[in-house]
Design a protein around this ligand. Structure first.
Ligand code: ATP
Ligand code: MG
Length: 409
């Protein structure tokens, strides 16, 4: 079974194109393998990717309609960089062969109106795209009525096949490449974006709530490999919360395939803050520590940014004043893809990526532990730094990192 994968944005990337395409091929292979799908090859051909799935049953047979496709093709729907893909039939670069194949492909379909959409990446082909459209269209009109539909129905009505350029029941796509011609009638939408890994790595702070997995997904979509970090306090039942975070990563692995996570114990840092600093600044101080520790992890991982699920105005710690003060704890750029979303929009994506039902399960939130009744909403850097002077920052960070456990999910 042959599949052609189209990618849109990669074409724009000039000198990087080769690198991007190679990565996409690798990612497709990994996703197929992870889903237990056997293939003969996945290779680049003239601005597309061609996949040959090993499937003896289909050899020489007819392709099933898209809606009946085995669910394993869902594997391709999670590979970022895929714009759309199609099950295709292949034939030689000969107009008579193309006619034959076109009739063959359409004989499996029910339609009354159609349109042919030919595209040449080989501009040297003897016919222009428009000439191919016309010749194949004529052939379909002539032969379909004569041979194909007659043996399927006696209903006069159904034999009246027509061309409709604006709103056809079916479009026959014909792609003429340097070597072969591919024909298909349906395009399955991929997730778009850029191949995972082409944009390098970033450290994503994942809490266990709804927002951070969605934030991770958005950056994965732009080709960023996420290294995760989760801060936890060792209160009763915390192991269940860690398992919940692992479950979230398992859901995200539909897109990233495997995830590395740093579990950082946070109790000692919280205790120090609690005992020594002003109550209303606690959450801001917690957050600055999270960024400092995450930055160390980023340096170690050669990651170039931090990612959070922060959202302007959602809670007290997420006012612009507080975000400014929190951001100043690190020199790394902080990517906040959800900054301008409404909760309802975030939930929609969380559901789509399979994270929502996990996120809404109860978990222990280390930040709300000992959170003051009236947290500061307009923290001021000088004031915060004055409070931090009372803490052994370096020692706390070193100790937290020393007790951090790394897992691969
Ligand atoms: P979420 O729904 O992801 O928990 P939230 O809206 O509840 O986000 P906060 O709890 O204020 O927001 O946290 C803001 C961001 O800080 C989170 O999206 C996440 O990136 C990071 N964060 C918060 N708590 C933790 C934690 N325990 N470990 C790692 N990152 C965290
Ligand atoms: Mg939260």
């Amino acid at each position: 079974m042959l599949i052609i994968v189209h990618y849109a944005e990669i074409a724009l990337k000039g000198g990087n194109r080769n690198f991007f395409e190679k990565r996409l091929v690798e990612n497709i292979k990994k996703s197929l393998q992870a889903n237990g799908i056997v293939f003969d090859y996945v290779k680049r051909i003239y601005g597309r990717i061609l996949i040959n799935l090993s499937d003896g049953e289909e050899e020489g047979g007819k392709l099933p309609p898209m809606k009946e496709l085995p669910s394993f093709l869902n594997a391709l729907k999670s590979v970022f960089g895929v714009a759309h893909f199609s099950l295709v039939e292949k034939c030689d670069k000969d107009i008579e062969k193309i006619k034959e194949k076109a009739l063959d492909v359409l004989s499996q379909k029910d339609f009354q109106t159609f349109k042919v959409e030919a595209k040449r990446s080989d501009k040297k082909f003897v016919l222009t795209s428009q000439q191919v459209n016309e010749q194949i269209g004529e052939e379909i009109l002539r032969k379909t009525i004569a041979h194909y539909l007659c043996d399927r129905t006696n209903n006069e009505q159904e034999r009246k096949i027509k061309v409709d350029l604006h709103n056809p029941d079916i479009i026959l796509y014909i792609e003429i490449t340097e070597k072969d011609v591919f024909l298909y009638t349906e395009k399955i939408k991929g997730p778009g974006g850029l191949p995972l890994g082409v944009s390098g790595k970033a450290v994503c702070l994942i809490s266990g709530g709804i927002d951070s997995p969605v934030a991770a997904w958005y950056l994965m979509k732009r080709g960023v490999e996420n290294i995760f970090v989760h801060f936890y306090s060792t209160q009763q039942g915390y192991e269940k919360s860690l398992e919940k975070v692992r479950d979230l990563l398992r859901a995200l692995n539909a897109f990233q395939l495997n995830s590395k996570i740093y579990f950082v114990p946070f109790s000692d840092i919280q205790k120090e803050i609690l005992l020594n600093t002003q109550a209303d600044l606690r959450v801001v101080l917690y957050r600055r520590f999270m960024f400092r520790v995450s930055q160390e992890i980023a340096f170690k991982e050669n990651a170039k940014a931090l990612i959070t699920g922060e959202n302007v105005g959602q809670v007290a710690s997420q006012t612009l004043d507080n975000m400014l003060v929190i951001s100043q704890a690190t020199t790394l750029p902080i990517l906040r893809p959800l900054a301008g979303f409404d909760k309802i929009e975030i939930i929609e994506i969380a559901k789509k990526i399979g994270a929502y039902n996990i996120s809404i399960l109860p978990h222990l939130d280390c930040c709300s532990m000992f959170a003051p009744e009236h947290p500061a909403t307009k923290a001021n850097l000088k004031e915060v730094q004055k409070e931090e002077k009372k803490l052994k920052i370096r020692k706390l960070i070193t100790s937290a990192l020393k007790n951090t456990k790394i897992e691969n999910i």
